[in-house]
Design a protein around this ligand. Structure first.
Ligand SMILES: O=CC(=O)O
Length: 326
């Protein structure tokens, strides 16, 4: 074990961890429970016998940082998550305990926006069905019987959550001559797109919805059955935020009953589990919570994560703070 390097407990571990570890193991001593046979609690207890032993955590989007975890780590002062979303971290409790939190800032926004548009095109134009059609049609001399998809250009797209990812989606879709509408917590005075305070009204006015807001108590199941029915039989929905933004059971029912046109989903309510019902549906395009990650964004993310740890251990302000020291 490297004695002079600061300890970082790795929980999750985040998807980018193997790259991060290979780039930065000379700077930080990673304590990774996945490399041990011990249950998490015991692993932590074996490493925390003096007060400065575990000052920092690195985690990813699907690793819950709960009060129970925080209770095991009395000397914890920093949580760095490799994600934009922070719904998996008990921020209230971190703030109360004086624990700083850093996130992915804006380094992943472009890739998530690209992926949202890709999912929208893929589901509307049946790209994955088309791919399977070509691969499985043994005799290409037969009749061309591929059922047609729907046009994206010029459609009305409602964006749920107009932060940096939502703005990226809007900017991209403007070049498809789409009409952009949005819902967010507050109307944005600098934005000229029509604002809808009510998501049902937004869905009624939209041909497609792109969901990219943060998950919290107010936004859990923001897309419920009523919203889906308002979107309608020819409406499409894309989710690159968090699975629980949509009532997944209702989504599946609406897809099965033909109450909505289709869905492009990067996230699911009980990840990593994905409801099997979705696998058989041709009007659904799935991706494995990978919207934010590309070869390029992974490297930028690693630099940002390392920068936050370095700043913290040098007593400097965090680079992409979610909660700063008081
Ligand atoms: O889902 C990915 C993220 O929040 O960065």
């Amino acid at each position: 074990m490297a004695k002079n390097l600061p300890n970082v407990l790795v929980l999750g571990p985040p998807t980018c961890f193997s790259t991060f570890e290979s780039l930065y193991s000379h700077k930080f001593n990673f304590l990774n429970p996945k490399t041990s046979n011990l249950p998490l609690q015991q692993f932590i207890l074996t490493h925390r016998h003096n007060p400065s032993t575990i000052p920092a955590i690195l985690c990813g989007a699907v690793c819950s940082i709960t009060v129970d975890i925080l209770d095991l780590l009395p000397s914890l002062r920093l949580v760095v998550t490799s994600s934009v979303g922070t719904d998996h971290i008990d921020l209230h409790e971190c703030r109360r305990r004086g624990i700083q939190v850093a996130g992915a800032g804006g380094v992943l926004s472009e890739d998530v926006a690209d992926a949202a548009v890709a999912l929208l095109i893929a589901v509307m134009r049946k790209m994955t069905v088309a791919d399977r059609y070509v691969r499985t049609r043994r005799d290409h001399s037969g009749p061309w019987d591929f059922s047609l998809g729907y046009k994206l250009s010029g459609k009305r797209v409602g964006i749920v959550g107009l932060g940096s990812i939502g703005m990226g989606v809007a900017k991209r879709l403007e070049s498809f001559d789409c009409i952009i509408l949005y819902h967010s917590k507050h109307k944005k005075s600098s934005i000229s797109y029509p604002f809808y305070s009510n998501v049902v009204d937004l869905a009624t006015s939209s041909d497609a919805l792109v969901v990219c807001c943060a998950l919290n108590n107010e936004t859990r199941h923001i897309i419920n059955r009523e919203v889906l029915l308002a979107l309608g039989k020819k409406g499409f929905i894309v989710n690159v935020g968090r699975g629980s933004l949509i009532d997944e059971k209702q989504l599946i029912k609406c897809l099965m009953d033909g109450e909505i046109g289709g869905a492009g989903l990067d996230v699911f309510e009980n990840e990593p589990r994905v409801p099997k019902d979705l696998f058989a549906m041709d009007n659904v395009v799935l991706s494995p919570h990978s919207a934010s990650l590309t070869a390029e964004s992974t490297l930028s993310l690693c630099e940002l994560v390392a920068g936050n740890f370095e700043a913290f251990f040098l007593n400097k302000p965090l680079i992409s703070p979610v909660i700063l020291a008081e």
